[in-house]
Design a protein around this ligand. Structure first.
Ligand SMILES: [Zn+2]
Ligand SMILES: [Zn+2]
Length: 633
């Protein structure tokens, strides 16, 4: 553990000490550190409240002031079990004890009267804990499994100093105000409707503008880089995913297949059980097995999955990935080395089954649209293509004012041989990823063992204005799918060669990316992204006609504007435009009508005085064209 993790983990022991002082019948589960703090999971009849948190905090302070040493005690399995039982903590702790593999050391840590099964490590004295705070209570299933009892999880955080804690709490407040779920509702950007389904985003008109502008922008950059746009359906046959390996290997994270009515009727007639049906859906034909196994050069589809063709049941799957569809487009024509690279791009919608407890606004969903593309290239082109992918990311993130990001380069585990493709190609691809990452001029880390079995990858992690990190998408080199689908191109030697594939969805998905953008900008989008860019606010009904004239001029210039025709007071109208986070409000009265001008109130500078309507229109049009960032307040 890092010193900070050690501090936070020790805080969770001190929390548990306080819990047992106040609630002696609490059953403890575990209390690990997290990226931002710590928690402890407990089972307790009494439902904890925020008042309880305050009381627990007071008790924790006492424990800290008691300056208890953390003492390690190594014991045998029998002794461990006895200690747990003695303390009445067998409910979860015995299971945790059973998790420790035979032959591994079993240790307890004791501070004051409290003793906990734990591998460590900890601070030496409880008085090290000077700056901590309990934050919230949430429900959490034991071992994260919905079938297990729900426990109460107490979240807290700790820092080495009071100043750092204060800063963190301030950031949490800011994060709350920026929460995309709240802003999404206030600004009418998206909704989730239980009748449609959890984790499925309905993009409302305002949100759709945001997304469309972003897609247009990314699309422009893709065209500059020589990508071809494609469109593919939301479903594909199960056989396709059996060839690609997406089914049944990732079955847990997919929606169930859709079986045709006729096939369903057929298996009903045969009196086929559900279990048989599932087995027949999972199975492959001997032909697929032989083709895939032969190409891959080793058995990857085991014999027990193979059935005779008449037993097989095919269906459709909501696509979990766009790759197989794009591969079929590539494979639909013969290719010469002169045609490569082929770059196929699609804002492709995919569906994944996420546990309902994992769903979160736009950032964890069950259906999302990837900014996806697949590049088919020669071995020699990999480096250049990875570089191109990164150049695109740089342009987009810079334009959005997100220059604070880092990349992680996922490499092979040097001690494993689970990887497809020759080690010579891997060396080159890894070097290409590393070199490409260097060109970004941002911090990057190399992470051995983080590559997929089929190729190295680059992940993007963006830091937003309040310092939170968001994992976006990836660029992934793939030696496997071209083999599984037997892709080839004709080389200069007139012989067929295997292309390399690169998957890239650098912003992850439009849902996630927009969710991050909402939080990054706190809803104050740059003018080019703002769903409504200008609002005309008439002082009285007398100038409504003038307002309409301005409105049509703005619209003619391609500016998204509206006229506030409500009859309430000027102050209320201006306030409303501020709440709606409109970049510009144009106040108009008799004077403005006479001089064909507008009084400009900008989000950034407030009252800017009068401007001729033509000058204002030009200014906004130019901000949109150049995609300029909002001026900081
Ligand atoms: Zn511990
Ligand atoms: Zn892909």
């Amino acid at each position: 553990m890092s010193p900070l993790e050690e501090l936070r983990h020790s805080a969770s022991h001190i929390l548990a000490t306080a819990i047992l002082r106040l609630f002696p019948d609490a059953k403890l589960d575990i209390g690990p550190p997290t990226d931002t703090g710590f928690y402890y999971d407990i089972d307790l009849e009494h439902k904890l409240t925020t008042e309880d948190l305050a009381k627990l905090e007071v008790e924790m302070k006492k424990v800290a002031e008691e300056n208890q040493p953390f003492l390690r005690k190594e014991v045998s399995r029998e002794e461990a079990s006895a200690i747990i039982r003695e303390r009445g903590q067998e409910r979860f702790k015995l299971g945790r004890l059973a998790d420790i593999p035979e032959g591994e050391k079993i240790s307890f840590y004791q501070n004051g009267e409290f003793i906990d099964l734990c591998a460590g490590t900890h601070v030496r004295y409880s008085s090290k804990l000077k700056a901590f705070k309990l934050l919230s209570i949430a429900g959490a299933y034991h071992r994260g499994d919905e079938k297990n009892p729900q426990l109460q999880r107490i979240y807290g955080t700790a820092f080495p100093s009071k100043e750092e804690l204060a800063q963190h709490l301030e950031r949490l407040e800011q994060a709350k105000a920026r929460d995309h779920r709240k802003l999404g509702k206030d600004l009418k950007l998206f909704v989730i409707d239980e009748d449609v389904g959890q984790g499925l985003i309905l993009w409302t008109p305002n949100g759709s503008i945001l997304r469309q502008e972003l897609q247009n922008f990314i699309g422009e950059e893709l065209r500059k880089q020589g990508y071809s746009q494609v469109f593919t359906p939301h479903i594909g046959k199960l056989e396709l995913y059996k060839t690609s390996g997406h089914f049944p290997y990732y079955k847990e994270s997919q929606f169930s297949p859709v079986v045709e009515n006729e096939s369903l009727a057929g298996i009903v007639k045969e009196g086929c059980s559900c279990a048989e049906m599932v087995a027949r859906l999972d199975a492959v034909s001997a032909k697929i097995r032989d083709n895939v196994n032969e190409r891959a050069g080793r058995e990857i589809i085991p014999a027990e999955r193979v059935m005779t063709a008449d037993k097989l049941l095919d269906g459709f799957m909501l696509k979990p990935m766009n790759c197989p569809h794009h591969i079929k487009i590539f494979a639909s024509q013969p290719h010469s080395y002169r045609d490569l690279p082929v770059r196929l791009a699609e804002f492709g919608t995919v569906y994944r089954w996420e546990q309902s407890g994992e769903l979160n606004g736009m950032t964890r969903v069950r259906g999302f649209t990837q900014d996806d593309a697949h590049l088919f290239c020669t071995e020699a082109q990999v480096a250049g293509e990875v570089l191109g992918c990164l150049a695109l990311v740089k342009v987009v993130l810079t334009t959005l004012g997100m220059s604070d990001y880092r990349v992680r380069v996922g490499l092979r585990d040097p001690d494993s041989n689970k990887y497809t493709g020759s080690s010579e190609n891997w060396d080159k691809a890894e070097a290409a990823c590393r070199e490409a990452a260097k060109t970004l001029d941002v911090p990057f880390t190399e992470e051995p063992g983080e590559a997929a079995f089929y190729g190295p990858k680059i992940d993007f992690v963006v830091k937003d204005v309040i310092g939170r990190e968001w994992q976006l998408g990836t660029v992934q080199v793939d030696y496997n799918l071209p083999v599984r689908f037997d892709l080839s191109y004709i080389g200069p030697d007139n012989q067929p060669h295997r292309p390399v594939m690169i998957h890239r969805a650098p912003f992850g998905s439009m849902e996630r990316f927009c969710g991050v953008l909402i939080e990054h900008f706190a809803g104050d989008f740059p003018v080019w992204l703002a769903p409504e860019q200008v609002r005309i606010v008439p002082i009285s009904d007398k100038v409504i006609d003038y307002g309409r004239e301005i409105l049509s001029e703005l619209k003619a210039a391609g500016i998204r504007a509206s006229l506030d025709e409500h009859s309430d007071k000027l102050g209320a109208k201006i306030r409303r435009s501020e709440l709606d986070k409109i970049p510009y409000a144009l106040v108009i009265g008799a004077k403005e009508a006479e001089t064909r001008s507008v009084s400009v109130r900008s989000r950034a500078k407030g009252d800017e005085g009068a401007l001729p309507i033509v000058a204002f229109t030009e200014r906004v049009a130019s901000e949109i064209r150049t995609r300029s960032l909002p001026v900081k307040k």
